[in-house]
Design a protein around this ligand. Structure first.
Ligand SMILES: [Zn+2]
Ligand SMILES: [Zn+2]
Length: 249
């Protein structure tokens, strides 16, 4: 029974990791530049994308194991604090717990990410992710197994600590995958008004993470710019080659 949960979680992670980048990046590319735009986006990157898919499939396997263990603990033993009845906790807890999960994940990511940029750790652990130049949507989970392991336990661990509605857990997983994908897509999909506006001061989009892949020593965050701003590692927004609407501040 345990192996069934783990296997299902691994398959679900693999499906999400591979199909979402495909669906998002091709539909946005096609929307902005037609079929030609979609094919231009990945021109000359076939080998890199194949490599990214290989690493991200391995990462999906690593992420799926703690996710399957948590699902087993929830369903078979009731050991987690996941709840299904919305009235079990106050309604305000739904958005608060959602934001809290993102803030905790973001904090963990920022500090482990900075640590992985230490010269002693960069080459053996984090260089795989930075081998994507320019990153594509499949780079979101293109990690060395050690790096995948560093992030795989965060959300599964939270379901044992915080009371979380099952819908909140799903929403957090969805935001994690969608933001990871869009932040590596190779262009900015959100309107300039949002990226330049107040929301863009707080939330990380592709323009922000693009600069991390270009300069390496800045913009380490995952969802929010909070830690980068606090620690003086925020260098603003990057630009995309060939993108007329690229933003720079
Ligand atoms: Zn990245
Ligand atoms: Zn990095």
């Amino acid at each position: 029974m345990l192996t069934q949960y783990v296997t299902s979680a691994v398959w679900a992670m693999a499906a999400m990791t591979e199909s979402l980048p495909c669906a998002i990046s091709w539909s946005v590319a096609a929307f902005r530049g037609g079929v030609c735009g979609a094919s231009r986006l990945h021109k000359g990157l076939r080998r890199q994308i194949r490599r990214e898919i290989g690493w991200s499939l391995l990462s999906a396997g690593i992420y799926g194991i703690p996710a399957g263990l948590a699902a087993f603990a929830w369903q078979a033993h009731g050991w987690t604090r996941i709840y299904l009845d919305v009235s079990e906790w106050p309604l305000w807890w739904l958005p608060v717990s959602f934001l809290l999960c993102l803030a905790i994940h973001d904090t963990w990511f920022y500090w482990t990410h900075r640590l992985m940029h230490h010269p002693a750790l960069f080459k053996p652990i984090h260089a795989v992710h930075h081998a994507s130049k320019p990153p594509t949507a499949w780079a979101a989970m293109s990690f060395h197994p050690w790096e995948a392991l560093s992030g795989a336990f965060v959300i599964p661990a939270l379901v044992f600590v915080l009371p979380l509605h099952a819908g909140v857990v799903l929403a957090v997983l969805l935001v994690m995958t969608v933001m990871g994908t869009t932040n590596h897509m190779g262009w900015e999909m959100f309107p300039a008004r949002l990226v330049r506006g107040r929301a863009g001061q707080l939330i990380i989009t592709a323009s922000h993470h693009q600069l991390h892949h270009e300069r390496y020593n800045c913009n380490y965050g995952l969802y929010f710019r909070f830690w980068d701003r606090l620690c003086g590692t925020d260098r603003g927004l990057g630009t995309f080659a060939g993108d007329a609407s690229a933003l720079k501040r």
